[in-house]
Design a binder for this molecule. Structure first.
Ligand code: ZN
Length: 89
């Protein structure tokens, strides 16, 4: 990611939930973030898609969750890829 939206949102959510439940918040974590091993490696946001099929790991009602990385930050629209890769494509 080339922005701080996830970190900013984690802070905002921490404050919001703290005021709502009036208890200390230990940690807020974005479960949709993942580390992409490319050159250079970078953090990306992923949206899980459920795939159901007649194959091992895909047969349950929930199916198998396949993460799809967002090419752009869904919060501010900035490219999620590293600067050098984003400008080259
Ligand atoms: Zn952003």
């Amino acid at each position: 990611m080339n922005c701080n939206c996830v970190e900013d949102l984690q802070i905002k959510i921490k404050d919001l939930v703290h005021k709502k439940i009036n208890a200390p918040i230990n940690e807020v974590t974005c479960l949709g973030s993942s580390f992409v091993l490319s050159n250079p490696p970078y953090m990306a946001l992923a949206i899980p898609f459920s795939v159901r099929a007649d194959a091992p790991g895909y047969r349950s009602q929930k199916g198998k969750l396949v993460p799809v990385h967002a090419s752009f930050c869904p919060f501010c629209g900035v490219s999620a890829k590293p600067e050098t890769e984003a400008t080259a494509t």
